[in-house]
Design a protein around this ligand. Structure first.
Ligand code: MG
Length: 380
């Protein structure tokens, strides 16, 4: 495969409902779509999941645009001027080229994944098969943002359970945690339930966090600080609820250390947070080796990212339902057609797609586009 051209598009898409987390409110989805064109006419797509503000990680859509335009794309163009990518193993070259640049995994992920997507398109290889996936269908849970009151939350949960979602995840924080979980258990009994704290607590809260042990939660996600694997290890030894690490795990090396310390019993893998398919697969493999189940978290992706998440979730270690809900939940008009929909309640099909390009709607990319940059490979 020879890369001919790389296009960066910045989009602003209207969300159906504002998405509220302990970090703030998002009204529009800001997204960068990376397109990789090959000399044979194959096109690969991927999206950058960095948001408007640096709350989930330090990256934003604007910093990612800068990193991609000024560093990452030029570095890949330089490589592509002299090299073809003719085998699976050579895709690792993209990770290698980007690794001297520090941080910025979401920007890196978008570029690496677009190249991988183009490679699968060019070689007519289903993405999930290329990744080593084994599932034809995946179970899906739902992540519910902070709600104005308990009644609204319970109504939403009721609706999602009726639609068939296989697991409910709610956001918690000091002042809206134990009572929220108790109310859900009272209303819905023994449903698969987990909570996400997005680092809202410290180790001083251990006695409080221990109270969650009474509720049989599937897991508690990221209770403590992002950079604090050590205290997560202490906490995990003091509570029964399995801790799931999200923000703390950015690489297979992080996963190895966290598992070694006993800091978690589950890991949430997000392609953007970890830098793309290569690192996500490496984290998955470390976890599988150590018997740590993983699942695929969501970042309010458009259909493009959603399809990639589904393909990743076909890997054997993805034991728990992921956050990849059908697209219609978030966007009036998604970037793909047909949209991602349940094949039966709570389940999505892992379609044998050779890259996501066959599903992307160019007119919808144009509709939401606010900026574009095109980069050509100058062949030596
Ligand atoms: Mg999380």
């Amino acid at each position: 495969m020879r890369i001919r051209q790389i296009i960066l598009r910045r989009l602003e898409m209207a969300l159906r409902d504002p998405f509220v987390t302990s970090y703030g409110v998002e009204l529009n989805k800001h997204v960068i779509i990376v397109e990789v064109h090959t000399t044979n006419g194959a096109v690969g797509y991927a999206e950058c999941v960095a948001g408007v503000a640096p709350f989930y990680t330090e990256e934003t859509a604007i910093t990612a645009w800068h990193m991609l335009s000024d560093f990452f794309v030029p570095a890949v163009l330089k490589y592509a001027a002299h090299h073809d990518i003719d085998a699976d193993a050579e895709l690792d070259a993209i990770r290698r080229i980007l690794s001297p640049f520090r941080g910025n995994p979401m920007a890196k992920a978008a570029l690496e994944m677009a190249v991988c997507d183009a490679y699968c398109c060019e070689t007519n290889l289903p993405l999930a098969q290329w990744l080593g996936g084994i599932r034809q269908e995946i179970a899906v849970g739902i992540s519910i943002g902070l709600q104005p009151d308990e009644r609204t939350l319970l109504q939403k949960i009721d609706g999602y359970l009726q639609q068939g979602f296989a697991r409910i995840k709610v956001k918690i924080g000091p002042g809206h945690d134990i009572e929220v979980v108790r109310a859900i258990r009272c209303a819905f009994g023994d449903i698969p339930l987990m909570v996400d704290a997005n680092s809202a607590y410290t180790l001083d809260d251990v006695n409080h966090l221990r109270r969650f042990d009474d509720f049989g939660l599937t897991m508690m996600e990221q209770p403590l600080a992002v950079d604090d694997i050590v205290h997560h290890a202490r906490l995990q030894h003091l509570i029964h609820t399995p801790i799931c690490l999200d923000e703390s795990i950015r690489s297979a090396e992080d996963a190895r250390k966290a598992i070694d310390l006993g800091a978690c019993r589950v890991i949430n893998i997000k392609l953007g947070r970890v830098g793309g398919f290569g690192e996500a697969k490496a984290i998955h493999d470390v976890c599988l080796e150590h018997g740590i189940p993983v699942w695929c978290g969501g970042m309010l992706e458009t259909g493009i990212g959603r399809l990639h998440n589904i393909q990743l979730t076909a890997l054997p270690g993805f034991v728990y339902p992921g956050d990849t809900a059908p697209s219609a939940r978030y966007f009036e008009e998604d970037l793909i057609h047909p949209p991602v929909e349940f094949v039966r309640p709570g389940y999505l099909a892992v379609e044998p797609i050779a890259g996501v390009g066959s599903r992307v709607s160019p007119s919808r990319l144009d509709k939401w586009q606010v900026a574009v940059r095109t980069f050509e490979v100058e062949r030596a």
